[in-house]
Design a protein around this ligand. Sequence first.
Ligand code: PEP
Ligand code: MN
Length: 276
Amino acid sequence: MLARRSSPSHHTTVAIAGVPVGEQPLVLIAGPCAAESEAQLCAVAESLASLGVRLLRAGVYKPRTSPYSFQGLQDEGLELLGSVKRAYGLGVVSEVMSVAQLESAYEVFDCFQVGSRNMQNFELLKALGQARKPVLLKRGLAATIEEFLGAAEYILAGGNAQVILCERGIRSFDPATRNVLDLGAVALLKRLTHLPVIVDPSHATGRRDLVLPAARAAVAVGADGLIVECHPAPEQSVSDAAQALSLDDLAQLVAETAAVAQAVGRRLPYPMERAA
Ligand code: PEP
Ligand code: MN
């Protein structure tokens, strides 16, 4: 099993657009659930720049429960994301749901996100195994750890060693939070695999007031970083509005998780390193 850790010192670092994931400093990936407009993406990019965050998340191909909901800007969104990425010098992390999208998005995305709903889309995983770019693999809605690692194995077996795992909460009986953030799984994955493990506190909780405490807990339990949804006008987000942080909230999250990172011997390298 290529995903398994062979010894306690076996760690893999995956670089997204030159930003290392899996090293001592934690990584923060932030941005809206979906790319909506140039103004929206530029406002987010300005905030990321002021915090020194270099990786932007923004979906252009959105997996929605209803076929009548906004499906993302699709191929038109690629152009928009490409121009914002170039203007601000950001790396882009964004979801692909099919092999065809992978091919269209190749030039614009620096890291292909596999969403929860596609964690076991084996043809997609095989195609990503052939890709020479990082993959952010999100845990399926009700996937066991074995299934999660099996999905990672498909990508690794194809010859792509650049896999990052993401715990984003699992389904439970209780709708009080959108999902249940499986912090034990994060600690376990860090034991079982050499791959970087990050946490998505936004989809895990589904509520903006819970994103910060969940992020603090994720850092405390040993995650290698966070992927967080934010929006210049959170209530107006076309998707996942309830969990979107404002840009001020994002700055607060950076400040508060930095203290937790320090307590567990890690460093959140924002915003301090911007000046360096
Ligand atoms: C997302 O990141 O916007 C998303 C759809 O996430 P997940 O696949 O974890 O639901
Ligand atoms: Mn979302």
